[in-house]
Design a protein around this ligand. Structure first.
Ligand SMILES: [Zn+2]
Length: 213
């Protein structure tokens, strides 16, 4: 069973998740969103208190609110960034993204260290993290699924009762609805879903109440 901690960071109220194996203390951070010194300290305190060794930065997609903290994690923990190739162009355009949201920040282009696609991406103790490609919110959106723990990180593909926006560069509404109804609907009903924004949910609850299913 994987352990999980979430933080809500930055002006977009983005959920940053840390997952780790309680025996080996090997972990990963999903979408580090820290955007201030205070948020970096909060994150670092937690990693130190739990004595975790971070093996990977798993990006669900390369929008700024999900990547503000990437440089800090890379520098502090020497952790490689994993993401899908179809979102690489968004990493080159982080300043443009910031300007679009009128954010007075300096962001360097984001370098992906390991390009990943559908399939196994990481082992943490006895748990294996699988990526599922679910384009539509962005072309390279990935879901991270850990079957042995029954959890899914859905990024901005699926929220409790809703789905991600499709009006940003590379977004496609038809594709997003297809991703949800082909990839997510296949997962066990009891799977707990942790989205990039807002509260967690389950596949069963979403099939029952989310109009996009
Ligand atoms: Zn997004």
């Amino acid at each position: 069973m994987i352990n999980l901690k979430y933080f809500t960071f930055n002006p977009f109220d983005e959920n940053t998740y840390v997952i780790w194996d309680p025996i080996t203390l090997e972990g990963a951070v999903i979408d580090p969103g820290m955007s201030s010194g205070k948020e970096n300290i909060e994150f670092d305190k937690f990693i130190k208190a739990e004595n975790l060794s971070l093996k990977a930065i798993l990006l669900t997609h390369i929008h700024i609110d999900h990547t503000f903290g990437v440089d800090h994690v890379k520098e502090t923990y020497k952790t490689p960034v994993l993401a899908n190739k179809a979102d690489e162009f968004l990493g080159q355009r982080r300043m443009e993204q910031a300007q679009m949201f009128h954010l007075p920040v300096e962001l360097s282009p984001l370098i992906v260290d390991r390009l990943i696609d559908e399939g196994e991406v990481l082992k943490l103790g006895d748990d294996t993290v699988f990526a599922l490609h679910a384009p539509g919110h962005s072309p390279g959106s990935l879901l991270y699924y850990i079957p042995s723990s029954g959890i899914l990180f859905s990024g901005d593909v699926l929220f409790k009762g809703s789905i991600g926006r499709t009006d940003l560069p590379g977004g496609n509404y038809g594709q997003l609805v297809r991703s949800i109804n082909q990839k997510i609907i296949e997962l066990p009903l009891s799977t707990r879903v942790y989205p990039g924004h807002g509260p967690s949910t389950t596949i069963a609850d979403e099939i029952r109440s989310n109009p996009y299913f």
